[in-house]
Design a protein. Structure first.
Length: 434
């Protein structure tokens, strides 16, 4: 039956296939977030664990535990997602989500110290889901639209599942059981959406001509690509480290920041994130109109640079009293995701097409992720151990300025590097002619 449904999609008009793929990928990744982020809606107020002679806030320890597991999964994903065949992707998604939910059940039964270990186990498989989802979408003429739709999932889902988590807490579910209950609600939807995503056919000949052939990369291919382009890749990875650390801090401690600015209620998580997701998708989808991969790459960098600047400018307006907390969180969120989202949906896809090399964007995404999540762990650990008395709001404001300045400079530097590399469009030739 799967083969018959896939053949039907292959014969469908491009617009229909694109819409189907966007909805399936968005829904799959959205449902995954129900197993990852609901716990962040809880405060775990007054609970702590001892790490050596130091008493550590339980919520911070849980975030670090999950982030360490998630970072490890990105290292595993460099190999797994680069080599995973199309036929085994659905099975991988089923096994991943089953393991993650089992870890949340373990979390519910465990004392605080073991809860940190349970969150580590929960994070270990979940970091590979993005790469599996994107592997169904990359290498197509519509990859910008597909990737933007997929990326909107984690912008919207993070707020929605925290809203659901807060609602479960308000309904009397304990902080220990809330993550598992929220995950349990989404088990069947996740499986259905994953099956729908697995039906998306491989890129056609026109996609291959426009964006180069995409195939699994073995260890030798990964080494060759890295050795050839390591200066540019290093700059992009360092930039992504800043962006990921900033994004995760905002995401994990958003509830605490809202409390410190006097905002509350479960709906606040969703009301700021939905406009951000729509804005990011609208901007990035327009890149589909650029048939020249070189022009598309330059425009992508322009969007990311503008996003980095917006984070600093929005924080400056907030500090000056020109805008309120909701407008500020929306502006910095929009700027953050304009700079962050292209990594997972268009930046590497366009870069490979401009260079004219046979590779897979998933490999590059996971190399970046494997390094970047160590930055997330480092920032949270620094806040907990080095700046425990500094309010989350003040820490986030300072972090906003630092991230804005650093990433703007690094984006300009990496764009200059890749434009100087020989590739398919050095003479201005459009990619669809090669």
């Amino acid at each position: 039956m799967r083969e018959r449904l896939t053949r039907t999609l292959e014969r469908a008009p491009r617009a229909v296939l694109t819409l189907y793929a966007v909805v399936a990928a968005f829904s799959t990744y959205f449902a995954m977030y129900a197993f990852r982020k609901p716990f962040a809606a809880a405060s775990y107020h007054g609970q702590s664990i001892a790490i050596g002679p130091v008493e550590v806030d339980l919520k911070g320890a849980l975030i670090i535990g999950q982030l360490v597991g998630y970072a490890l999964s990105k290292v595993v994903g460099v190999k797994l997602n680069s080599e995973l065949s199309h036929e085994r992707r659905l099975l991988a998604l089923v096994l991943i989500i089953g393991f993650a939910e089992a870890a949340l059940v373990l979390f519910a039964f465990s004392p605080p110290g073991l809860q940190v270990a349970a969150m580590f186990l929960n994070g270990v498989p979940l970091g590979t889901v993005w790469g599996i989802c994107f592997s169904f979408l990359e290498g197509r003429q519509t990859s910008e639209i597909l990737g933007a739709g997929l990326s909107c999932a984690y912008i919207v889902a993070s707020g929605v599942v925290k809203t659901i988590g807060k609602s479960l807490l308000d309904a009397g579910v304990s902080e220990a059981w809330m993550p598992a209950v929220c995950g349990g609600i989404f088990v069947l939807p996740f499986l259905l959406f994953a099956f729908a995503l697995s039906l998306v056919p491989a890129p056609g000949q026109a996609d291959v001509t426009h964006r180069t052939h995409r195939e699994p990369m073995d260890a030798a291919a990964r080494r060759r690509f890295t050795r050839r382009y390591w200066p540019g890749l290093l700059m992009l990875v360092v930039t992504y480290l800043f962006l990921t650390a900033y994004r995760d801090f905002r995401d994990n401690f958003q509830a605490d920041i809202w409390r410190e600015v006097g905002q509350g209620g479960s709906a606040v998580f969703t009301t700021t994130e939905v406009p951000i997701a729509l804005g990011v998708m609208a901007v990035l989808s327009l890149l589909y109109l650029l048939k020249s991969n070189r022009a598309g790459l330059i425009t992508t960098y322009g969007i990311m640079i503008a996003g980095s600047i917006l984070v600093g400018a929005g924080t400056l307006l907030f500090d000056a009293g020109a805008i309120g907390p909701r407008a500020w969180m929306t502006l910095v969120g929009l700027g953050l995701y304009l700079a962050y989202v292209p990594y997972g949906c268009v930046l590497f896809d366009r870069t490979i097409a401009v260079l004219g090399t046979v590779a897979t964007a998933v490999f590059l995404i996971y190399v970046s992720d494997a390094v970047a999540y160590s930055g997330s762990v480092g920032v949270v650990a620094y806040k907990i151990f080095g700046q425990a008395d500094l309010p989350y709001l003040d820490f986030f404001r300072i972090f906003s300025y630092a991230m804005s300045l650093a990433t703007t400079a690094l984006f300009v530097w990496s764009l200059t590097y890749f434009l100087r590399q020989p590739g398919r469009e050095r003479g201005g030739e459009l990619s669809h002619r090669t």
